[in-house]
Design a protein around this ligand. Structure first.
Ligand SMILES: Cc1cc2nc3c(=O)[nH]c(=O)nc-3n(C[C@H](O)[C@H](O)[C@H](O)COP(=O)(O)O)c2cc1C
Length: 276
């Protein structure tokens, strides 16, 4: 169970007692610096002026060692959002297809192209079929999910028995891959052919899969310039996994923010201090 300081075990409210006064002072200074920075440089864009006064904020502290796995999971998946969804097609040694979505997923390196996926256990225990197949054959295809494919993706998250093909259940058609045995989903706008590099078991019920992407398929209409590998990302209309049961985000509300060079940062500081 989560708990508050001096009350339930596992979490505490910061900023409310003398023991946290020093930490709060540091937080306040950092928050103030950050707010000043935002207000100076980006406020008009972010709609500044409506920013909360974080000096008055109170914090709840959770010690993961004191939390149930379920509550820790809730904090993680409710805050680390949106998460891209790896829609994985794998195959067992007999060639039976499997398909399932995983949002504990991201790209970890560009050279060589490296991706990770976190796979848990089946509710009744034992590895999920995707992990079983990946361990068995070392090959799979990761697709990204667009708005159009969301409902089919959701069907493939149904915990069908081992050996049942979610590709068939969801009525998905496939196209051959070129470097790995599992085929790709024909209707998905982006697919990566992947080879297993390593699995890292982090507990009895959770395994991290590290994979190298050998090849990428992108539907041509989503490319601005195929030679230069320019992708029309907004047009892909990809979705991400949000919090709680069944919430998703689209990728349509975008904003752009250029990075500073050191010189630009220095001169922005000078001009803001000279303007008072
Ligand atoms: C959007 C979405 C994201 C998911 N992300 C994960 C995940 O990151 N890890 C995981 O173990 N299960 C995740 N699941 C649940 C699996 O998709 C589900 O357990 C599925 O039945 C596994 O299929 P398999 O046994 O055929 O591999 C997710 C489900 C959905 C709908």
């Amino acid at each position: 169970m989560a708990s508050r300081e001096g009350g339930r075990k596992g979490c505490s409210i910061q900023g409310a007692g003398p023991s946290s006064a020093a930490a709060e002072k540091v937080h306040r200074a950092a928050n103030k610096r950050f707010l000043n920075f935002i207000l100076r440089s980006q406020a008009s864009f972010l709609g500044g002026g409506n920013l909360p006064n974080s000096c008055e904020a109170r914090w709840v502290y959770y010690d993961f060692s004191q939390l149930s796995a379920h509550n820790a999971y809730k904090l993680l998946v409710s805050t680390i959002v949106p998460r891209p969804i790896a829609w994985i097609v794998s195959q067992n040694a007999q060639g039976k297809l499997n398909c399932a979505p995983f949002s504990f997923f991201n790209v970890m390196a560009g050279d060589p192209p490296t991706m990770v996926v976190g796979i848990g256990s089946r509710e009744q225990g034992g590895p999920k079929d995707s992990l079983r197949n990946i361990l068995e054959t070392g090959e799979f295809v990761i697709h990204l999910v667009n708005e159009e494919m969301a409902r089919s993706m959701n069907v493939t998250a149904t915990p069908f028995a081992y050996g049942v093909s979610e590709v068939e259940k969801a009525g998905l058609s496939t196209a051959p891959s070129l470097q790995v045995k599992p085929p790709r989903l024909a209707a998905s706008p982006v697919a990566f052919e992947c080879q297993l590099i390593q699995t890292v078991p982090v507990s009895e019920s959770n395994t991290i899969v590290i994979a190298r992407a050998l090849a990428c398929h992108i539907e041509e209409r989503y490319l601005l310039d195929a030679e230069k590998c320019y992708v029309n990302t907004p047009e892909l209309k990809l979705i991400g996994r949000m919090h709680g049961a069944g919430w998703y985000a689209t990728t349509q509300e975008l904003f752009q923010m250029d990075r500073y060079t050191v010189d630009q940062w220095e001169s922005s500081q000078e001009s803001s201090s000279s303007s008072g």
